[in-house]
Design a protein around this ligand. Structure first.
Ligand code: AMP
Length: 113
């Protein structure tokens, strides 16, 4: 999508430190980190949120989920981490491009606010 910041970051139109990328997804650091490690894992194709996912994205989503443990290991998150997908207004989603937050390197509280 033309005006999507995460499309531009994921596809290299805006430079960022890539933690991981392949043909399907990209992982970069959150600009306003909420933990010592705060990454965003996004699909390279534009998908607005979980609500826009279709069955044809099953493989893509499975691929991304399976990459998380490798990214976490590379970032030294052996003590654990949290994966969050904020969805829609009540979910706290502010960027309308599906993204998985990967947070770690501190003890995270539950429940979230
Ligand atoms: P959410 O509120 O779940 O939609 O998360 C959006 C996240 O994107 C927030 O944690 C922001 O700090 C982060 N963010 C927004 N713009 C950028 C950017 N240009 N580069 C990296 N992270 C960003």
């Amino acid at each position: 999508m033309e005006d999507c910041i995460f499309c531009k970051l994921a596809n290299g139109e805006i430079p960022t430190e890539m933690v991981y990328q392949d043909g399907l997804c990209a992982c970069f650091r959150d600009a306003a980190p909420q933990a010592p490690v705060h990454l965003l894992l996004v699909p390279k194709v534009h998908i607005q949120s979980l609500n826009q996912l279709d069955v044809q994205e099953s493989e893509l989503m499975g691929h991304m989920m399976l990459k998380i443990k490798d990214i976490a290991a590379k970032e030294g998150l052996e003590n654990g981490y949290r994966v969050v997908i904020n969805t829609g207004a009540d979910g706290g989603q502010t960027v309308p491009h599906l993204h998985m937050h990967i947070l770690g390197k501190r003890s995270l509280q539950w429940p979230p606010g």
